[in-house]
Ligand binder design. Structure first.
Ligand code: PGA
Length: 242
């Protein structure tokens, strides 16, 4: 595991941006695994600015997102499909047909089976991850098995609370209790993985990811067995490390 410590969120985003830009320049038909939440926002801003300023093109890029809330359709402002369109896809030259976010409405079992099949057919070159304060990656909550694939998951109360703090107008009762998430096995199948973590509330999860034992109690710890993971952390997220 390669660990990059930086001073702050902007620097962490800039480090991740370097990796993504290099991927797209060297392999214009890359398949990217993307994430939502507060962490990737600045990285997406940098990708947009770079596209607008330098013309970096996403015309041949395909994307697959980690997860989506069950019960929210893509027009809902709190859905992850909306987040991706609003924060990235609407502002670059990507073909929307090449962007994929699991659908949280309709026939959930079919949506899940279809997503797993698409991931098999489209191996991810570079996967972006955040990390939950409880060590989740995607919505793979503590207790998730290493061989899990895309499935319907129940969100832990800590995740619901975390997400209400930044989204859903602070109203925990509005946060869906279930989601569709890529599994750990889908994530580990990516050729290269970049995880960004910033802030004090990530310090314990980062300590377990880097210094702990591989265990489903901290699903992010399963990244220890992947051959090409870069973890980018700011001072606060690094503060519990030895
Ligand atoms: P955050 O979420 O980026 O909003 O902190 C990260 C995650 O839950 O994976």
């Amino acid at each position: 595991m390669k660990i990059i410590k930086v001073d702050n969120y902007n620097e962490a985003s800039a480090k991740a941006f370097e990796v993504f830009k290099n991927q797209i320049i060297t392999q214009p038909e890359s398949i990217l695994g993307l994430a939502t939440g507060s962490t990737p926002r600045k990285l997406y801003e940098m990708m947009i600015e770079d596209h607008q300023t330098n013309g970096t093109s996403y015309k041949q890029v395909k994307t697959f997102n980690l997860d989506e809330y069950v019960g929210l359709d893509g027009a809902d402002e709190q859905s992850y499909e909306y987040f991706m369109n609003h924060n990235l896809f609407d502002h670059i030259d990507i073909d929307k047909q090449n962007t994929h976010v699991p659908s949280g409405i309709g026939d959930i079992a079919k949506n899940i089976a279809d997503y797993n099949q698409m991931l098999k057919d489209n191996p991810i070159d570079l996967q972006l991850l955040g990390i939950g304060s409880n060590g989740h990656i995607g919505f793979n909550e503590p207790g998730t098995a290493k061989d899990s694939v895309t499935s319907l998951v129940d969100l832990k109360q800590s995740t619901i609370d975390d997400n209400a703090r930044l989204f859903f107008g602070g109203d925990v009762t509005k946060v869906p209790t279930q989601a569709i998430s890529m599994g750990i096995a889908n994530i580990l199948a990516a050729k290269k993985i970049v995880l960004i973590a910033c802030g004090q509330n990530k310090a314990d999860a980062i300590k377990t990811l880097i210094e702990g034992k591989e265990s489903s109690e901290c699903p992010a710890s399963f990244l220890q067995s992947h051959p090409d993971v870069t973890v980018i952390i700011d001072k606060e997220a690094a503060s519990a490390l030895k």
